[in-house]
Design a protein around this ligand. Sequence first.
Ligand SMILES: [Zn+2]
Ligand SMILES: [Zn+2]
Length: 421
Amino acid sequence: MTNIRFLNGLNTIGANIAEISTRSSRVITDFGMAVDFKIGTSQSLIEKHVLPDVPELFGDKQEQIKEYKDEAIFITHLHLDHTSALAYLKSDIPVYLSRPSYKLYRSLVKQGLGLALNVNFKIFDFEVPVKIGDLTVTAYQSDHDILGAAAFLIEDGKHAFGQSGDVRLSGSHRSAVDKWMNLFKQRNLDLLMLEATSFSFEDDNSLNGQGDNEVTVESKCLEDFKRILNKHKNLTVINPYSRDIERLLQMNKVANHLNRPIVWEPQYAHVISEFSLEEPIFVLDDGNLGLKGIAGLIPVSLLTIMNNLNHFCLQNSFENLDILMNFNKFIYLHCNGAPLGDYDPHYQTLKSFLENKRIEFIDIGVSGHATKAEICEVARTVAAKKTAFWHSFDPDAAVNALKNSGLQFLRPRYTEIYRFK
Ligand SMILES: [Zn+2]
Ligand SMILES: [Zn+2]
């Protein structure tokens, strides 16, 4: 018999953690939090649903009672709402990441863009089954706004369970998503755990400005970028997200080809350069670059940019907003960098800063999440015996949207253990 428990993250976005277990083995999928770091004992944080309900993994190593002979945590992707509880882990339980996710993790830590975690990391390759005692986990490449995102198939020899991770159908890897959806369908899943982020909001346009009435394809971001570069001959400032490596590389390429290279902050430049040196990478020489560690990168000083405003784009993180004080005329392209939206107070600071300087702000961001219609398409295509929606403020809205589909739903509760005999 295999049991499934939902350890955290019901009716919220992020922190969605499931435990799939047999008598001797268990697999936990994802290990994030929906909030920033909190101070408190692990027990009090579990009670507040900040941390997942697995106190044995947060206890002192000596006192830890080993309940399972074989166990592991599998991470779908490196967003903090899927990983941040790892910082509280006090156990040598293996934590599996996809190979590209692990490379990204190492690179972000090296550049100070990510927290170094004292955990027992292991790597999985896509489509290579990993045995954890009685359970087998096979990861499939998926599509989300971060490198290395996976969906998981978890099998016990009799039952099959799917975990979608965060997913979209309109990114650059649609064929990868089609592949796992069709494979999940063939396996006739007992349960599909499916993200339903877009069902959180009544207003279709509230998720990063993306709704079902709007085109949400990833390529639109690049098309907008290209169009704006062609139209505006001033300095173009961009604010993308450091973990969306594929987008960073593509923007770098587009800008180079239009002879308006992006000058990246050193941390971004180093991370990008670890993934591809196919295109020249320009880096802001802030006076601290030194001679070390800039191999392959082309340094550009702030003064050079100031004297050649129509020759460059400048990548600017919110922490370095004061650099923009040096410029009076530019256009600001927000492309999913922080601060992401109104819920973050820094967002208003950014908007006010730009308004005071009479700078045009254009949001060319594209969401990493499936639209409502796409979520329904995934559920229908996989057609699991039961579908459970989560990673949403309103999972019941997804159930309602599919009420005439013939699909069966499981509405997850913390207090239940779901048994598969
Ligand atoms: Zn998420
Ligand atoms: Zn995500």
